[in-house]
Ligand binder design. Structure first.
Ligand SMILES: [Zn+2]
Length: 267
């Protein structure tokens, strides 16, 4: 790791760091799947990274047997699922087993795309948490199965939290979309662009030197402009399924996001 890189790797939001570590475990190869509409729960999940974190485990490490049957039935009362995704039974109010075929966009009733209407994201998130929170399980169930259901609730609830965080943050949303396509992002590639690194170093120096909030806000305005530019660039590339271009955009988004976090900490 170069010294430039070390400097640039200074701390950002925990979430971004966590996600970045996850990206860094992926291989350098771009391996887009041929037809996303034909993807099964298996093929949609990227290759299991080496030395996976807890998060990797949550995303990649489970078995996929629960999603294979056609109609979803409640494990507790046998009721047929009224709607997709079937995380919770409206008939008996039981939390359902984890289903890997359900992606984050489906959890929030959104189209799988970069541009999303995020206005209903928070209320939908709160709604899910009211239904899926593990602490609510034992209070409503007196059966011996309540322990099992609590486990389901812990998984579903954690997944909904991750889905919410991922979808509401453009960078994480972009990375997630690429993961769903089976295209792997190599974070190390970011250091191979000297022009970008020089620009980022320059901005960082400016951020360090400037003390007054208005000047910082001015820098932030520029950084956000770059972030928007690369977000749009990602969106266009992703729509055209130009994954290499999409990943380049993600790498730029990552750097500008980190700088933005630095500025926000200073403001
Ligand atoms: Zn039920």
């Amino acid at each position: 790791m170069s010294s430039n890189r070390k400097l640039l790797m200074i701390s950002s939001l925990n979430l971004l760091r966590r996600r970045s570590r996850q990206i860094s475990t992926f291989s350098t190869n771009l391996t887009p799947k041929s037809d996303p509409s034909r993807q099964s729960a298996h093929s949609r999940v990227p290759n299991k990274p080496i030395g996976g974190s807890k998060l990797d485990y949550a995303l990649f490490g489970r078995d996929f047997s629960s999603s294979s049957s056609g109609l979803d039935k409640c494990w507790s009362c046998g009721a047929i699922a009224a709607s997709k995704p079937f995380l919770f039974c409206e008939s008996c109010r039981s939390v359902q087993p984890f289903d890997h075929s359900v992606d984050y966009f489906q959890i929030f009733g959104l189209e799988r795309a970069f541009a999303i209407d995020d206005s209903g994201l928070e209320s939908k998130y709160k709604d899910w948490q009211k239904k899926l929170h593990p602490d609510l399980v034992h209070t409503k169930s007196r059966s011996s199965l309540s322990l099992k259901e609590k486990e389901y609730a812990a998984e579903q609830s954690a997944r909904v939290i991750d889905a919410y965080r991922t979808l509401r943050t453009p960078l994480l949303r972009a990375i997630y979309l690429m993961q769903l396509e089976g295209a792997h992002v190599d974070e190390e590639q970011t250091v191979s662009d000297p022009e970008l690194l020089a620009e980022i170093m320059e901005i960082r120096e400016a951020v360090e030197e400037v003390a007054n909030p208005p000047a910082l806000q001015q820098i932030q305005f520029q950084v956000k402009g770059s972030l928007d530019h690369w977000s749009k660039s990602f969106e266009n590339a992703f729509k055209k399924r130009k994954f290499e271009e999409a990943i380049t955009s993600i790498q730029r988004m990552t750097y500008y996001s980190r700088i933005n976090e630095e500025i926000m900490r200073k403001l």
